[in-house]
Design a protein around this ligand. Structure first.
Ligand SMILES: Cc1cc2nc3c(=O)[nH]c(=O)nc-3n(C[C@H](O)[C@H](O)[C@H](O)COP(=O)(O)O)c2cc1C
Length: 235
């Protein structure tokens, strides 16, 4: 056998070994949407959690957690939450409320309020306020009608900027108009976050959560000590 073909066969064997032996390959076109959900929701983790307050047409304050949530830009300052339809095709209260009055407040939840945040995820009737049911305290917002949750370390007051409708969901893009942060969390002179005292919980698939207080910094140059005071954060 010539050297060229021997080298090719060796490369092919390595290639097949590594791709076939160590990776499970899944064609997303050939599995059901429920199977896709299970894989995506357990693999794309940890996810931040938005605890969203919104106001019903009946005047009831609604609160529900959403982990298909993230920041998507700062100019304009926008974030997204993705809300699936119920099995009968009806909208969840949060989606119906945002479509109705285009305002909502996104809160970050820390560990002391995590159990109550989780409880807000139960399916309460539209005429019941989750805040009253689980024992969280509403307080007035600055720029929108839905109230803030006073126990939350962070509240972003949002107006609906855009929405995307898919067969299974509404994706709401909210434009942040106002931020309320627990005293001591942000330095509004240096615009830094005091990360030492900020420990939001995150979703880790199904009913699992993860804490965010086991942190490490990575140096730009391998072998050097990482900088623990970056331009925006203080560890
Ligand atoms: C931690 C957590 C994260 C959740 N994330 C989502 C999500 O991203 N999208 C969604 O549609 N439902 C999500 N849910 C389920 C909703 O919170 C739940 O359906 C809730 O009852 C909706 O309430 P509402 O009808 O008052 O809007 C999540 C539940 C929990 C506990």
């Amino acid at each position: 056998m010539e050297w060229g073909s021997a080298a090719f066969l060796f490369w092919l064997r390595c290639h097949l070994t590594f791709t076939k032996r160590f990776m499970t390959e899944v064609n997303f076109d050939q599995i059901t949407s429920y199977e896709r959900y299970k894989l995506m929701a357990s693999l794309i983790v940890p996810r931040p959690i938005a605890l969203v307050t919104s106001l019903g047409a009946n005047g009831v304050v609604n609160a529900a957690p959403f982990s298909m949530f993230n920041m998507i830009g700062e100019d304009p300052p926008i974030l997204m939450i993705s809300i699936n339809r119920l099995q009968d095709g009806q909208l969840k209260d949060t989606a119906a409320n945002i479509l109705h009055n285009r305002e909502f407040v996104v809160h970050m939840s820390d560990e002391p309020m995590a159990q109550k945040m989780h409880a807000c995820g139960k399916a309460f009737p539209s005429d019941v306020s989750e805040l009253t049911a689980v024992g969280l305290t509403p307080g007035p917002s600055h720029t929108v009608k839905p109230p803030r949750i006073l126990e939350a370390p962070i509240a972003f007051e949002c107006v609906l900027h855009e929405k995307l409708e898919t067969p299974s969901r509404y994706v709401f893009i909210g434009r942040i108009q106002w931020l309320a942060a627990r005293d001591g969390l942000i330095d509004t002179k240096a615009w830094r976050v005091n990360l030492k005292d900020y420990r939001p919980v995150a979703r880790f698939g199904a009913s699992f959560y993860t804490r965010t207080d086991d942190r490490f910094a990575i140096s730009d140059n391998e072998g050097e000590l990482p900088n623990v005071n970056t331009a925006i954060d203080q560890m």
